[in-house]
Design a protein around this ligand. Structure first.
Ligand code: BGC
Length: 695
């Protein structure tokens, strides 16, 4: 299955960079072309390596680009940035995880094939071919591009390249003192002349005449850290990668029948989740995947609440790793709580390798004055801690792997309860005041319904498992009786007489306007809509599902009537300004039998990275990149929504509800170590069977 785009438009370079991304859970290589440089956002992004330069934001690090190639003729530069081609096409084979380009000029044809290995995790490779159409003279420059694209860099205080026999050895030291080493091996059927550093490119030059039908071949293999597989050759390495990548697909199989476009978007979404898997890493998945340095390469609640269930259904081991990451970063969460005067674990809103909060107090800028705007994501979005605790239990529920609880899971849950307890305003009832719910446009609100109920969910788990805490949590200042006491006093926002749950205290009194009206009030297209001075802040317009997140993501006692009333009420106010929003509404719409809406909202999530018009700015800050949580939401909209899979205490149930344009759904999921294959037909009848190994 392939994503193919023809023609070249300069304005699409950035969105294509995301759209054609290759990655393997450790490295991400943007879908750029060999002649591109930092101005085209070419980047080789690394998971888990972060750096801070001066007082700028600490962010993930990009390595030098190993795949730079520029072909020059006598009077022509064969670069899309300089010469118009006769034909140009890029394609991403999402089944194999292979990117190709083909660019035809009058006298030569350039093609390349690229992969980021799913098997040999430190390997990336490109095969670059030039075919003569007419005989002509060529000068080719290639090598490692040391002029790195960075948002808040430079991150390398030292960069050094040397030739080590037939390899280029790169060594770099970040500002934080982390050493990076990589090897690049370039093979060609033409003589390679070493050039040292020219124009920030360290590598080689080829001078050659190319004859009609002659092919110049250049293979570039790049290996980070060690020299383990660099000599294995392009063909063998790409074959190994494809085999490993195909295997990931096999476990994540989910197909929509009878609707080609919807199915393609679903497969494309699954692709973006598979390229982030690395079973050997205990690091988690950043909100923008490995598509660059946006959002500082940080991990948000996106992983626990959206991506983790996808991984639990398709690759439980990796799902586990994302939670182990939270256990390993518990100390960062404790430090954050302490900094704000609370107890327990207040997880970072934007978390990096050590769990220390990276979200700045001024996380967006005013696009007109360029002044930073005070935002409260870090200090008030306290639902992050509960999301993590709940995800741990959800993982156990889906996999029955209780070992995670004894390896720190219980401690996280306990520390999260301790944190909320210290945050409570204790009157007759206990309130969580001065918070921000999932909807980021309304800051510093009291009793956000989602957050309060989330705490109740976690508290109930704490009570249920308290006896296990005794063996696993060393210091327990809260007794089981304390937890029971909090549970009875905790204020829960119940539906009013109209069945509506108020998003937070006073929400219903806000100005009753729709997103379009509010958007028309912006002074500038990039204006930030949230916060005290933002155009949405004093209105009912919300950025993303909030009460609906409560009804879809949390345990609650409310029936479909309450869901319907709240869906109908909140839907017109929801801007879906966050990519996490549409899938929640899609899941709700499926339950409510609003199948056309469920379908359209699913397509909004699944197609998020396929357009060229994505939201690229929040205030003046660049926020472009891929959206794996939206991809996961799209997957869940199909599996849990249309296919109607529901996991409960006794096992699972299936209640399909196919939208009219869909003829059927076939797919696999893993539940408690068993894999099942489901086949849903147009009339919503279905079969299910266990998939045995070697099936
Ligand atoms: C959303 C958050 C989300 C973050 C990262 C923001 O725009 O409001 O809910 O966690 O993006 O995806």
């Amino acid at each position: 299955m392939k994503l193919v785009k023809q023609g070249f438009k300069k304005e699409n370079i950035v969105s294509y960079g995301n759209m054609f991304l290759l990655a393997n859970g450790r490295y991400g290589y943007r879908g750029t072309l060999e002649e591109y440089r930092k101005s085209e956002m070419t980047s080789l992004n690394v998971l888990g390596l972060y750096d801070k330069y001066l007082d700028k934001w600490r962010e993930s690090v990009n390595l030098p680009n190993p795949f730079y190639v520029l072909v020059k003729g006598k009077n022509k530069v064969y670069s899309l940035l300089e010469s118009e081609p006769v034909k140009h096409e890029v394609s991403l084979d999402i089944t194999d995880g292979v990117f190709t380009r083909e660019t035809i000029y009058e006298d030569i044809e350039i093609s390349s094939t690229r992969f980021v290995s799913s098997k040999d995790k430190n390997i990336l490779g490109t095969r670059y071919l030039i075919k003569g159409i007419k005989g002509t003279e060529l000068k080719i420059n290639l090598g490692l591009d040391l002029d790195i694209y960075e948002i808040n860099g430079p991150h390398f205080k030292e960069k050094k390249c040397t030739y080590e026999k037939d390899l280029i050895l790169f060594t770099g030291t970040t500002n934080e003192g982390k050493e990076v080493r990589s090897y690049t091996k370039i093979n060609s059927n033409k003589a390679l002349n070493s050039t040292n550093l020219v124009n920030d490119i360290f590598g080689y030059e080829i001078n050659s005449i190319i004859h009609k039908d002659e092919i110049i071949q250049i293979d570039i293999i790049h290996e980070v850290k060690e020299k383990e597989h660099i000599n294995d050759g392009f063909d063998k390495l790409v074959e190994r990668h494809i085999k490993a990548f195909n295997k990931l697909w096999d476990n994540a199989y989910l197909e929509i029948i009878g609707d080609k476009d919807a199915n393609f978007e679903l497969q494309y979404s699954i692709y973006h989740l598979l390229i982030l898997e690395d079973n050997t890493s205990y690091h988690s998945v950043p909100a923008r995947g490995l598509s660059g340095e946006t959002y500082k390469g940080a991990i948000f609640w996106d992983t626990e609440m959206f991506m983790m269930p996808f991984y639990a259904f398709t690759n439980p081991r990796f799902a586990r790793n994302t939670l182990v990451y939270r256990i390993k970063t518990l100390s960062g969460a404790k430090k954050k709580a302490e900094k704000y005067g609370y107890k327990g674990a207040f997880y970072a809103w934007e978390s990096q390798d050590d769990g220390v909060e990276q979200c700045s107090d001024y996380n967006v800028t005013d696009p007109i004055t360029n002044q930073p705007i005070r935002t409260y994501f870090a200090d008030k979005q306290i639902h992050i801690s509960g999301d993590i605790a709940l995800a741990i239990m959800r993982y156990i529920f889906l996999t029955s792997d209780t070992s995670l609880l004894y390896e720190g899971g219980y401690e996280v849950i306990y520390e999260v309860i301790k944190f909320y307890d210290s945050y409570l305003t204790k009157k007759d009832k206990y309130h969580l005041n001065d918070v921000m719910g999932p909807d980021e446009y309304h800051e510093r609100v009291n009793d956000n319904a989602y957050t309060n109920l989330l705490f109740k969910n976690v508290l109930k788990l704490g009570i249920e498992y308290y006896d296990d805490f005794i063996y696993t949590v060393k210091e327990r200042t809260l007794t089981k009786e304390d937890l029971n006491d909090i549970l009875t006093k905790l204020y829960i926002v119940e539906p009013n007489n109209d069945g509506l749950i108020e998003q937070f205290e006073g929400y219903f009194k806000l100005e009753d306007v729709t997103p379009n009206i509010v958007k028309a009030r912006k002074r500038n297209e990039k204006d930030y809509m949230g916060g005290e001075n933002g155009v949405a802040g004093k209105t009912r317009v919300i950025k993303q599902a909030d009460v609906l997140s409560l009804l879809i993501l949390l345990e609650h006692p409310y029936d479909l009537d309450i869901l319907r009333k709240n869906y109908d009420f909140y839907y017109p106010y929801t801007e879906h300004g966050s990519s996490l929003s549409a899938s929640i509404y899609s899941l709700a719409a499926s339950k409510l039998n609003k199948l056309d809406e469920a379908y359209n909202l699913f397509r909004k999530s699944s197609g998020i990275d396929l357009g060229t018009e994505q939201k690229m700015y929040a205030g003046g800050i660049y926020i472009g990149g891929t959206h794996p949580a939206s991809n996961a939401g799209a997957y869940l909209s199909v599996l849990l929504g249309f296919m109607g899979l529901w996991i409960n205490k006794d096992g699972y149930s299936i209640n399909p509800n196919l939208p009219p344009s869909i003829e059927g759904i076939k797919g696999k999921f893993i539940h408690k170590n068993k894999q099942y294959l489901v086949n849903v037909k147009k009339d919503n009848s279905y079969t299910i069977r266990e998939v045995k190994q070697n099936d």
